[in-house]
Structures are given as structure tokens and as C-alpha cells.
Ligand binder design. Sequence first.
Ligand code: FMN
Length: 324
Amino acid sequence: MPRLRTALTDLLGIEHPILLAPMAAISGGRLAAAVTEAGGLGLLGGGYADPRWVDPAFHEAGNGRVGIGFITWALDRQPEALARALAHRPAAVMLSFGDPGTHVAAIKEAGARLICQVQRLEEAEQAAALGADVIVAQGQDGGGHGRVGRGTLGFVRAAVEAVAPVPVVAAGGIGDGRGLAAALMLGAAGVLMGTRFYAAEEAVAPQAVKQALAEGRGDDTVFTGVFDRVRGPEWPGGYGGHALRNALTERWRGRESELAGAVLEAEREAYRRADEADDLSSRVVWAGEAVDLIRESLPASEIVRRTVSEAAAVLSVAPRFVVS
Ligand SMILES: Cc1cc2nc3c(=O)[nH]c(=O)nc-3n(C[C@H](O)[C@H](O)[C@H](O)COP(=O)(O)O)c2cc1C
């Protein structure tokens, strides 16, 4: 098994420059532990900061060295979730979507690495100034929540320049070794993958969802606020989510502002029923452009192994593209 040593692997004490995205409730203890076991770093999906979720997730990860991620604006409302997490001495805490400022001191005092996920250069610079140990530059190609405006390719390169020497991790649209190799070429110190690991065997997700990811195409994805309105919780302005298109997104495409009052209540009720039944014509399946690269559900260890092997292989042949 080849190794790709970067500032990220050195900083986090891991073998491979691959982070598991802390996908809310999907990145449970089994998945996080499996990614760590394979040489990357698993981040538990602490999502909306429900303190009750935290202890069982760490216990499920067993003795594995894992981190945890929270949605910052949600953690602001329930900071006790962070205290619970820090009691487990996580390797790292990742904060995304909001101002991380108020949580920095507690994370640092607990000896955890602070990872901040950002969507704008200004936020990258703020995170670096706050003392972030790692900055995840998330382009709009990624699955799940984010912001439109910056594609991964341009954003990662610019973030690397803006916050050097803080290591930057690329996120958004990366699902294989070529994506990892490309990220390293841009100056990133590693990658964070969500969509790819959502389809992993250990991910907490119904089989129908993993099947949909295996069959889905990047062309079939949509960036929308519909799920946040109908499924909840409501997100602060400027954010939306990247998901597989379905009957619900198509019904409200371009008319999201009309989702209000009795119509909204009816859609919410219908969504609850669809969610219970795993009816994917309504239920959200967050996914980014990397969905093109998913053919099957694999063990997380296999995803890590293939990604690293392929990256090493393409990087080792890169000189043949140089014409002198
Ligand atoms: C199913 C899913 C759930 C996600 N949930 C979260 C989350 O709870 N917190 C977070 O910071 N990012 C979340 N993300 C975004 C990831 O952190 C990351 O930016 C994204 O997955 C990277 O792009 P990719 O999906 O192409 O790998 C989620 C992504 C997916 C696909």
C-alpha cells in the first residue's frame, strides 16, 4: 500500500490524507472508526448538535481515534454537545457553517485539532486568524449543505494561497484517487469526502439510498433549499443543499418562495410519511458531483485503499505529461 505524506498526515498523525466528512447522523461510530482504521481520519457526524447523539456515537467507534463535526450555528444553540464530545478526547473537531469563534478556546484547551470548513476566502482567512489547524475549502461541487458561488478547483487553489502555511483540505466533487491527486496538485494537503462515503457499507443509511447513489449521475443533482423548508430545520440565509433531484425538488423548482402556510404544512406531512417509508421520490439524498464515480457500496477501507492507490499511481506517471 503506497503512502502519500502531507502536512495533514503529519499534523493529524494519520497514514493517508483522507478525512471522512462529518455527515449528520450518517457518519456514525462504525463508519468513522473504519475510516480511521484504514489510515484516514473518521469524523463523527455530530450535525445539529444533539447532545444525546454524542456519547453513543463515540462508544460505537470503540477505541478508534476519531474526531467529530458540528454545524456551527446549531452548536451555538446547544453548546453542551461540544462539552460532551470533548470529554471523549477527540482527535479533532470540525466546525462548518457559521462563526466558529466562541468554540475555539474550548476545543484548543481540550487538545483537539480545530478543523474549519469554509465556502469563501474571507471565511478561510478568518478561520486561520482564529487559529484553525486545518481549513477545509468546500466547493459547490460537494454534496450536502453549502453555498453556491465557488467551484472546488478555483476555490481550493485560492484558499491554499490565502492561508498558507495552514494546511487546506479540498472538499467537493472528490470521489476517487484522481480527485485526491488533483487536490494535491492544487496545493491541498488532503481531501475530505462525503458523497463517496455516504455509499459506504458502514454508513448509517438505508440500502435504497446507497443504491440511488450508485445509480445517480452528477447531472441528476440539484442545489436547493426545498428540503430545508419541508424537512427542516430551517437554515440561515445563503445556504442550501446539493442533492439528487426527485419529484419534490422538481415540483418546487423555481417556486420555493411559494412554500408557505397550508401548502408548506401539507408538504411537511407528506415528507414525514415519505421519510418513514424511505420513499426517495420525496426523501432527500444529499449528493454532489462525485456521485458519478460511485458504482457500488463498498467497505470504507476499500474506498480509502482504492483512493490512495489510484492517486499514487497517477501521481507517479505525472512526469510523462511534461514535455521539455
Ligand atoms: C450526506 C451528506 C451529509 C452532510 N452533512 C454534513 C454535516 O452534517 N456537517 C458538515 O459540516 N458537512 C456535511 N456535509 C458536507 C461535507 O462536509 C462535505 O463538504 C461534502 O460532502 C464534500 O463534498 P462531496 O460530497 O463531493 O465529497 C454533508 C455531505 C453529505 C454528502
